[in-house]
Design a protein. Structure first.
Length: 278
């Protein structure tokens, strides 16, 4: 398995990891395997891509990392807290999430600024978030850093898909999250919006206080050049994992998606295409 890394929690302090999975599995109540067994070590400062076809287990993995469910077996530790013996509500507040599920639950009439401010309390409605002038200044600064200054007073529901995703990213950055989960952030986004989001994620990865990130994507073109590691899943099982140069190869990509492919990399950005003969 390309670049596979064994989880060695006893050999290295948990404080150096954002997440540790040791032979974690997830089953349905009927016993159908959704994920695993997966052993994975995500260190602080790493930026992971999770790739795989529909039904590969990507969303299930994110739910484990987001402390939204327990594993059926094995051990999952997120930010030093072991699932099953920790307060999941408190843990969820330490994990940032950018996903369409969050976007769909936010009031469309709220301004982009108000949406960002909800990130300070982890709520989904602005009227639940008591804020100060310092909070509003910080929210404006984060939006500006992500190229969203002109969106401050715009209704969230009237923003384009790409603009909403950048606003959600700003929301997740309002307080420091040691772990940031990105669930297909470029889905439904046009080319300019995708590139704006990629630039924002690149700048975040290069900042001094960058969180560890886990980026689920169906398209390699959406991955920033700062992506450091990759995990490839198929039918719930690991195809390859490790440093992206080792894990993301033509052979591993073909095993993952089950078709003949070409794979290229230019200036750190990846492109994959199905071969004409597939």
């Amino acid at each position: 398995m390309a670049g596979e890394r064994a989880v060695e929690a006893e050999a290295e302090s948990d404080r150096s990891f954002a997440a540790l999975l040791d032979r974690a599995t997830v089953n349905t109540p009927e016993g159908r395997r959704l994920l695993g067994p997966v052993s994975l070590a995500i260190r602080k400062g790493e930026h992971w891509a999770v790739l795989g076809p529909n039904g590969a287990g990507k969303t299930t993995l994110l739910r484990l990392l987001g402390a939204e469910r327990h594993p059926s077996s094995g051990v999952v530790t997120v930010l030093g807290a072991r699932l099953g013996s920790s307060d999941l509500r408190a843990l969820r507040g330490r994990v940032g999430v950018v996903s369409h599920a969050v976007a769909d639950r936010l009031p469309p009439s709220a301004s982009a600024l108000a949406v960002v401010l909800t990130g300070g309390r982890g709520v989904l409605a602005p009227w639940w978030a008591a804020t100060s002038e310092a909070d509003r200044v910080r929210a404006r600064q984060i939006l500006a850093a992500l190229g969203c200054s002109e969106l401050v007073d715009r209704a969230f529901g009237s923003c384009s898909q790409g603009e909403r995703q950048r606003v959600l990213l700003a929301r997740s950055l309002f307080i420091e999250h040691p772990l940031l989960l990105l669930d297909e952030p470029c889905a439904g986004v046009d080319l300019p919006g995708r590139e704006a989001l990629v630039l924002a994620l690149t700048a975040l990865a290069r900042s001094r206080e960058s969180p560890a990130t886990v980026h689920v994507s169906h398209s390699l073109e959406e991955l920033p050049a700062t992506t450091s590691h990759a995990l490839l899943l198929r039918a719930g099982e690991v195809v390859a994992q490790g440093a992206i140069e080792e894990a993301l190869t033509k052979a591993s990509l073909e095993r993952c998606f089950g078709l003949s492919m070409t794979l290229t990399r230019e200036d750190g950005r990846w492109t994959a295409r199905a071969s004409p003969s597939w």
